[in-house]
Design a protein around this ligand. Structure first.
Ligand code: IVH
Length: 674
């Protein structure tokens, strides 16, 4: 069938696919939908099957070699791969910048005028990739800086690394250097898969990247989520004369290689400090681990003047962040009961500073995890805390295990209500089935009910919820609406005024919206987005409660698991009683109408989505925006009205800021939909 394709057409199709990959991975402006790319890819594959002699080395089909290697060959680096000096404080940074300005004195440079290329210090593995006549011919690890290992086959499996360079002005020899990382989302997903399939779980994304590149079977490496960011060049022939490191990076990007979007050019000592703080703030939300930032004197002539000390350049340094891992001792292990009855083992730790804060507790996730890691009281453990993420125990240092420890066993009964725990087949967690009659679940359920995204009850904080439950004043969410001032003002640290405020907050919450009400019930797997879908699609509470699984899975983004959780929630008589009691107490909402075109708040507005969303899937966000009347496009221009930015938003966000376009987040969309 595809025999009617000429060789030129084959070549053009291959180029087209490579160009799309560039726009997807490097310029962050995809130009076709994934499905369309897949269609073209399959077409290419078919042509190649019919014309095996045509297959080009840089065809996207050629990324995965069939045969595993028996070992990695050694590669001597044509130019050594250096390392960087470190600074750990503002004072050390001052020493670095002052030393530079002194050495550059002849060029009359004051500290305040020197420009630096400021870059995140990616926490992965350094590699050097060599292109000859534009084709990727070799890739090597850093090794000891002089000699590394040949990992060409593995590097080729990384989709964002081009197999051939882009453009017309391509050097005969071009070596690019950079870091291979395992993005955090891919790392989490991979570990989940590994756990379920009895494969090795990685302790952190860095180990994930390193382990994947040291894998002898490229087929396996191809399944690992890896990314690459270029940060410098090695041998280039003929030499390409540029004046600045930032220009080198722009050139590298134009040749088709990914360069990190957080790179910037900053001026002077204060520019470096601002950059450090700014990236430090973003660090928890990034999709890759970084352990600091790097400053490099941007002017290449000055780099020449400054030169090197043994193995690292004088013109650059790494400014390190506080470590996200530390070791400490497990003083105790106990279990916590969550809102849905899930039992989570928690390690109580000897206080330790991780990622800049003191940590005393770390999650052990679930029974399987405790068994797998075999964490015991008395053990020395690695603790990891990345940003706002709950600290977790990564690993036990077995060499430091004291004598006489015993393996931890999960309790058979709920530590709060003493109900026998059970574990649903196929689920990792142990649960207390007592629901709202378990005080722990009642407390968490009320906190969720009253939370900002739920009924948004002002003045009802976590401590107060605990007091109300402990005092026996509330047994379910509906009881909140029958509290009397005399009962509340009797509680610890509750003056009359604050009691009145609380009751007022509770009364005000009665005026709500259907999606908020659904969310606040705390149905498992029903977050903000699903609550919104239920309200929008089914319109009223009675129909939501009556919908069967068959009806529910027809709704956008509701799968069978979610549908099953919803129907089983409404099948429990006590849940229905609570809902009725809430309605009797006077909770109400305006009827949830689907919008007609007359009332579309985003009519004629153009919105661009960028970054990683957490409330909605991308497809859902797009659908909601369109329902509100917006046109959703992929490129930011002067015609764009809003840029909805999620995590790790890159060039589109910078462009929006440069053009002065309104940048909004998912909460903005939720508000509009509500
Ligand atoms: S430049 C001569 N830039 O840090 C300078 N390195 O300690 C060579 N790294 O082996 C390195 N991000 O693995 C440079 N933006 C960045 C970096 C970076 C991470 C790593 C790299 C290198 C180590 C140096």
């Amino acid at each position: 069938m595809s025999n009617h394709f000429s060789h030129e057409e084959y070549h053009a199709l291959k180029e087209q696919l490579n160009e799309h990959a560039y726009h997807y991975y490097v310029s962050d402006e995809p130009q076709i939908a994934d499905a369309e790319y897949d269609r073209l890819y399959r077409q290419l594959l078919e042509i190649e099957q019919n014309n095996p002699e045509w297959v080009a080395a840089d065809s996207p089909t050629q990324r995965i070699a069939d045969k595993p290697l028996s070992k990695f060959e050694q590669v001597k680096h044509a130019l050594p791969m250096l390392s960087l000096g470190n600074v750990f404080s503002a004072k050390e940074l001052t020493e670095f910048t002052e030393r530079i300005s002194k050495l550059l004195e002849k060029s009359a440079q004051s500290v305040n005028q020197i420009e630096f290329s400021a870059e995140p210090k990616l926490d992965g593995l350094a590699v050097s990739i060599r292109y000859e006549q534009g084709q990727l011919v070799q890739a090597a690890t850093r090794g000891d800086g002089q000699t590394g290992e040949d990992i060409t086959a593995n590097i080729k499996t990384i989709q964002s690394i081009p197999l051939s360079l882009r453009g017309t002005d391509i050097p005969d020899v071009f070596e690019v250097r950079g870091e291979v990382v395992m993005p955090r989302d891919g790392f989490a997903k991979y570990n989940q898969w590994a756990l379920a399939n009895d494969e090795k779980v990685f302790a952190n994304p860095r180990n994930g990247a390193a382990g994947s590149l040291r894998q002898l079977d490229p087929k396996k490496t191809a399944k690992r989520p890896l990314a690459f960011y270029a940060y410098s060049i090695g041998v280039v022939e003929p030499a390409h004369n540029l004046a600045r490191h930032s220009e080198v990076l722009a050139w590298v990007k134009s040749l088709g290689l990914p360069v990190n979007h957080l790179n910037d050019v900053v001026t002077g000592h204060s520019g470096c400090e601002d950059y450090y703080k700014n990236i430090g703030r973003q660090r928890p939300d990034l999709n890759f681990d970084i352990d600091g930032v790097v400053y490099k004197v941007d002017d290449l002539a000055w780099q020449q003047i400054l030169g090197f000390v043994t193995k690292s350049p004088r013109w650059a340094t790494a400014h390190k962040f506080p470590a996200e891992e530390a070791t400490t001792v497990v003083e105790n292990i106990d279990v916590q009961v969550g809102r849905t009855g899930s039992i989570t083992p928690v390690a109580r730790l000897k206080p330790v500073t991780v990622g800049g804060v003191t940590v005393t507790n770390a999650t052990l996730h679930n029974e399987d995890e405790v068994k797998r890691k075999d964490v015991r009281v008395g053990d020395t453990v690695f603790v990891r805390r990345a940003g706002d993420v709950i600290p977790e125990v990564v690993k036990v240092v077995l060499a430091k295990r004291p004598d006489g420890t015993t393996a931890f066993a999960m309790p058979s009964h709920c530590p709060v209500c003493d109900t026998a725990l059970h574990r649903v087949e196929g689920e990792a967690v142990l649960r207390c089935p007592a629901g709202l009659s378990c005080d722990a679940q009642l407390k968490e359920g009320i906190k969720h009910f009253a939370s900002r995204k739920g009924m948004d009850i002002e003045g009802l904080g976590d401590k107060l919820v605990e007091q109300l439950v402990d005092a026996g004043l509330i047994n379910n969410p509906a009881d909140l609406y029958h509290l009397r001032e005399s009962q509340v003002s009797g509680l610890e640290r509750m003056a009359q005024k604050s009691a009145q405020n609380l009751l007022q907050g509770i009364a005000q919450s009665k005026d709500t919206t259907l999606p908020r009400f659904i969310y606040s019930l705390g149905i498992r797997e029903v977050g903000e987005a699903t609550a919104l879908t239920l309200a929008k699609e089914l319109k009223n509470l009675a129909d939501i409660m009556a919908a069967d699984e068959e009806r529910l899975v027809e709704l956008p983004d509701v799968g069978s698991v979610v549908a099953q959780k919803i129907t089983s929630y409404f099948a429990v008589p006590s849940n229905i009683e609570v809902i009725e009691a809430l309605l009797d107490a006077g909770i109400h909402w305006p009827e949830f109408e689907s919008r007609d075109s007359g009332s579309q708040p985003l009519q004629d507005q153009t919105v661009v989505l960028t970054g990683k969303l957490s409330v909605f899937t991308r497809a859902d966000a797009k659908r909601h925006l369109q329902d509100l009347g917006a046109k959703v496009t992929s490129a930011v221009s002067n015609n764009t009205n809003y840029v909805l930015a999620g995590e790790n938003a890159g060039s589109k966000l910078s462009k929006a800021e440069a053009l002065g376009i309104a940048v909004v987040d998912e909460a903005w969309l939720v508000d509009l939909l509500n």
